[in-house]
Write a protein that binds this ligand. Structure first.
Ligand SMILES: [Zn+2]
Length: 447
C-alpha cells in the first residue's frame, strides 16, 4: 500500500520534486525500499508545511462533509478535512492535491497521508496555535503588569494581548465585550491556567481558547478572529446574537455571563456585587427591603428631551453614580420612592450607560435620537469616603458611522491607553477619552 501510493504520487507530481531534490532520487528510494528509516520518515514532506496558510480560528468542520468529528487540518493549504481512512475527504485530498501532512484537531497528532503513518515530529509552534498553554510563570509575569512582545510570521511586532479582532459582519458589539472580559485580570488568569479542552460547555471551551490565543506571543498573524466562538454564540443564544446582525454590547454581556454562570463561578466571583433596595410607599410606614446581586450598575444619563437640538450636555460620573452613593430617596413614581445601597462591592465593577433609552418617558431611542451626553470621568473612583477604590481598566464607546452604531474599546494595558476598533489599534491620550460616547466601563477594585 505504501509503495503503490508513493509511486503514483511520484509519477504525476511536479510538486514533490523540490522536496526530495530529484525525481531520480525519489524513484530510487521508492524502488529500493518502502521501509524508510526513521529520520527520512520524520522529515518527509515537512517542508510542504506552509504556516502562512494556517488559520485555526475557524470552526473545526470538514470543508467537504461539514462534519465536526474527526477533523484534520492540511498543513500545506490549511483546509479542514474529515477522517484518515481510504474513503475519507482527508485521504482524497492527499491524493488529489498532493498534500501530505495533516494534524488532528482532537489529539494534535500529525500524520502523513496517503501512507497513513504518524509523524513523530514536534511542530510545537503549530500545536501552540491550536491549543495554547500557559504556566504559572507566564501568568505571574502578566500579573506584574508586564506584557511581552511577539512577532508574527510577517515579522511584525505586537504587544501581548493588544490584539485586534476581526469584524466578520456586524460583530463589533460582541468584539468589545470579548475584549473587555479577556482583559479582566482575574478572568484572564483563570482561563490561561485551566485546561478547558474536555469541557462539556462548548461556549466555555471556545472562550477559553480565544483568551489563550489573545495572550499568545507566538501568533502567526497579529490578530484573532472570533469566528469559532461567534458560531457557538449564534447557536446557544438561539440566534439572538447572530453574525451579520448588530446588537447592543450590554445585552450581549449580560447574556454571556448569565449563560456561563451555571458552569463556572469565575464571572460572578469577579463581577457580581450586592445591592440593598429599600422601597417606600407614600402613606404607608412600611419599607420593603430587597437584597439582590447585580452584574452592573445602570446609570441614567441626563434626559434626552432636554438636549434635543442642543449641544450634548456634559455630566460627571460622580453625578450619575449618586443614586447608588448618596443614600437619598429616588422618586420612582408619585407614590413610590426607592433607595439604593451597595452592600458588596465587586472586584470588578461594570457601569452601564444606556444611550438608547429615555428613562423619563421610558421609551427606547433610535440611533439619531440617542443620548449623546458627554460623561466626564476620573481614572480613579472612590466610594464610601475612600474606603473603597477602583481604577478604570476599560471603556467601551459608541460612534455613528454609515448610519449605524459602531463600538470600539479603550483599554489601559502596559501603562498605556489603547483604542481597539476591531482590527485597528491606536494609542490614545487618556485626557481625551471622555470625549467619546461612553457606553460601558469596567473598573478594577484596588482597595
Ligand atoms: Zn491541502
Amino acid at each position: 500500500m505504501t509503495t503503490r501510493a508513493l509511486a503514483e504520487n511520484d509519477d504525476d507530481s511536479d510538486y514533490m520534486l523540490p522536496l526530495l531534490h530529484t525525481n531520480k532520487k525519489l524513484k530510487t528510494s521508492v524502488n529500493t525500499s518502502t521501509d524508510y528509516s526513521d529520520s527520512t520518515r520524520k522529515n518527509m514532506y515537512l517542508d510542504t508545511v506552509n504556516r502562512k496558510n494556517l488559520d485555526f480560528d475557524f470552526e473545526k468542520i470538514c470543508c467537504v462533509t461539514l462534519s465536526p468529528s474527526n477533523v484534520y487540518c492540511c498543513l500545506t493549504c490549511g483546509k479542514y478535512f474529515q477522517g484518515r481512512s481510504v474513503n475519507s475527504p482527508c485521504f482524497a485530498h492527499s491524493i488529489n492535491d498532493n498534500h501530505h501532512i495533516f494534524i488532528s484537531f482532537s489529539n494534535l497528532k500529525v500524520y502523513c497521508l496517503p501512507e497513513n503513518y504518524e509523524i513523530k515530529t514536534s511542530l510545537d509552534d503549530i500545536k501552540f496555535q491550536i491549543n495554547p498553554k500557559y504556566s504559572e510563570v507566564d501568568v505571574n509575569l502578566l500579573q506584574s503588569g508586564k506584557l511581552g512582545t511577539g512577532t508574527d510570521l510577517d515579522g511584525t511586532e505586537y504587544t501581548q494581548s493588544v490584539i485586534g479582532m476581526n469584524n466578520i459582519k456586524g460583530n463589533d458589539y460582541t468584539n468589545v465585550i470579548l475584549q473587555a472580559l479577556i482583559h479582566i485580570p482575574k478572568i484572564r488568569d483563570f482561563f490561561l491556567l485551566k485546561d478547558h479542552s474536555e469541557e462539556s460547555n462548548e461556549l466555555l471551551k471556545r472562550f477559553s481558547i480565544i483568551v489563550k490565543k489573545m495572550y499568545s506571543l507566538k501568533l502567526f498573524r497579529n490578530h484573532v478572529s472570533p469566528h469559532e466562538i461567534l458560531q457557538c454564540i449564534d447557536v446557544m443564544s438561539k440566534k439572538k446574537f447572530t453574525i451579520g446582525t448588530k446588537g447592543m454590547p450590554n445585552d450581549f454581556l449580560l447574556w454571556f455571563v448569565n449563560t456561563l454562570n451555571s458552569d463556572t463561578k469565575i464571572f460572578s466571583s469577579s463581577l457580581q456585587g450586592k445591592l440593598e433596595i429599600s422601597t417606600s410607599i407614600k402613606g404607608k410606614d412600611e419599607v420593603i427591603v430587597k437584597r439582590q446581586k447585580f452584574w452592573e450598575l445602570n446609570l441614567k444619563l441626563p434626559p434626552v428631551s432636554v438636549l434635543k437640538k442642543e449641544k450634548p450636555l456634559q455630566t460627571s460620573l460622580y453625578t450619575l453614580l449618586e443614586p447608588y452613593t448618596n443614600s437619598t430617596d429616588i422618586i420612582v413614581s408619585e407614590t413610590q420612592t426607592t433607595r439604593y445601597k451597595i452592600t458588596k462591592f465587586p472586584e470588578y465593577l461594570v457601569l452601564n450607560f444606556n444611550r438608547f433609552m429615555d428613562f423619563n418617558l421610558n421609551i427606547p431611542l433610535d440611533l439619531k435620537e440617542r443620548n449623546k451626553s458627554i460623561v466626564e470621568f476620573p481614572f480613579n473612583l472612590e466610594f464610601n469616603n475612600g474606603e473603597v477604590k477602583y481604577k478604570l481598566i476599560s471603556n467601551v464607546v459608541h460612534y455613528e458611522m454609515n448610519n449605524q452604531s459602531n463600538w470600539k474599546i479603550q483599554m489601559n494595558l502596559n501603562r498605556k491607553w489603547y483604542e481597539i476598533d476591531n482590527l485597528q489599534i491606536t494609542e490614545k491620550e487618556k485626557e481625551f477619552l471622555f470625549l467619546n460616547e461612553t457606553c460601558l466601563q469596567i473598573w478594577r477594585r484596588v482597595k
